[in-house]
Design a binder for this molecule. Structure first.
Ligand SMILES: [Zn+2]
Length: 277
């Protein structure tokens, strides 16, 4: 295993959670109950591969593994088949994905929303592999971009509903978090105050930001209210670096636009730091 591969996987604060990341795409590996392992958002094939390396390094590859996604966008579900094929992991999708599999068309946000998200792309070292997987993924699995129908190559093990306990990590609760996507869920661990938010909340330069990309403004407002009511110490976002403590309390609303941050200019400045593979 290469050093750079290890560098892209790191323990999150002092929690029994690891982040496997390429560019802005985060996958989290949780050391769960009774020697079980929970993998959340192995979204790109390369982040799934990083999480498999990590799980092997931790000696957990023969534990009971549960992989799941926070929502159906391709950059969150794209590595689930690899987790299943290579580790025999179970696959859990948010509840609404069941109706997508039966033909209901998921709602996708427009390019105006994607533009508001642009600053996020500029904050971590760029990876060409991640970009290729991100751009190409929606034609193969999940939905997003031009792909309007939810695609998934096999029948998932199960579907997660609001209030469910996470398979393999019963101290984690599933919290419905619609707005960015109708089916979106977050995962919350009350004892430690850890919120694994998917794309409901992202971070930008150490600040939390309720995601300005949405399909449903009312749902976004309600999700923001609900998540703000939780006692969060650690925020582990789908995109951006994890944060802890005060920044959560000062989280920007989904209606806020970061000030003075021209998205493209910012991206091009930041692309000085390249992730080499
Ligand atoms: Zn998303």
């Amino acid at each position: 295993m290469s050093r750079s591969s290890q560098k892209r996987s790191s323990r999150v604060f002092d929690l029994p959670i690891h982040r496997c990341s390429r560019w802005i795409f985060n996958c989290y590996v949780i050391e769960g109950d009774d020697n079980q392992t929970v993998i959340i958002d192995p979204g790109l094939p390369s982040t799934a591969a990083l999480s498999i390396d990590l799980i092997t390094r931790l000696g957990r590859s023969s534990t009971e593994l549960h992989s799941m996604a926070t929502h159906g966008h391709s950059d969150h579900v794209g590595g689930l088949p690899m987790m299943r094929q290579r580790l025999g992991s179970a696959t859990h999708l948010p509840g609404l994905c069941e109706s997508y599999l039966q033909g209901t068309k998921p709602r996708a946000f427009g390019s105006d929303a994607a533009l508001r998200f642009l600053p996020i792309f500029g904050q971590q070292p760029f990876s060409g592999t991640a970009l290729r997987e991100f751009v190409g993924g929606s034609t193969k699995i999940g939905f997003g971009g031009q792909a309007e129908q939810f695609q998934f190559p096999y029948e998932p093990t199960g579907f997660l509903q609001d209030g469910d306990r996470v398979p393999g990590g019963k101290e984690w609760e599933v919290i419905a978090s619609p707005g960015h996507a109708d089916e979106a869920v977050s995962y919350f661990h009350a004892d430690s105050g850890t919120l694994l938010s998917g794309d409901a909340v992202v971070t930008l330069d150490g600040e939390a930001w309720f995601n300005p990309e949405w399909v449903d403004e009312t749902a976004c407002r309600q999700t923001e209210e609900r998540l703000r009511s939780l006692d969060v110490n650690y925020l582990l976002p789908g995109h951006g670096l994890p944060i802890w403590g005060n920044p959560w309390k000062q989280a920007k609303s989904f209606k806020d636009q970061p000030q003075g941050r021209g998205g493209l200019a910012r991206c091009s400045r930041r692309f000085g730091g390249w992730d080499s593979l």
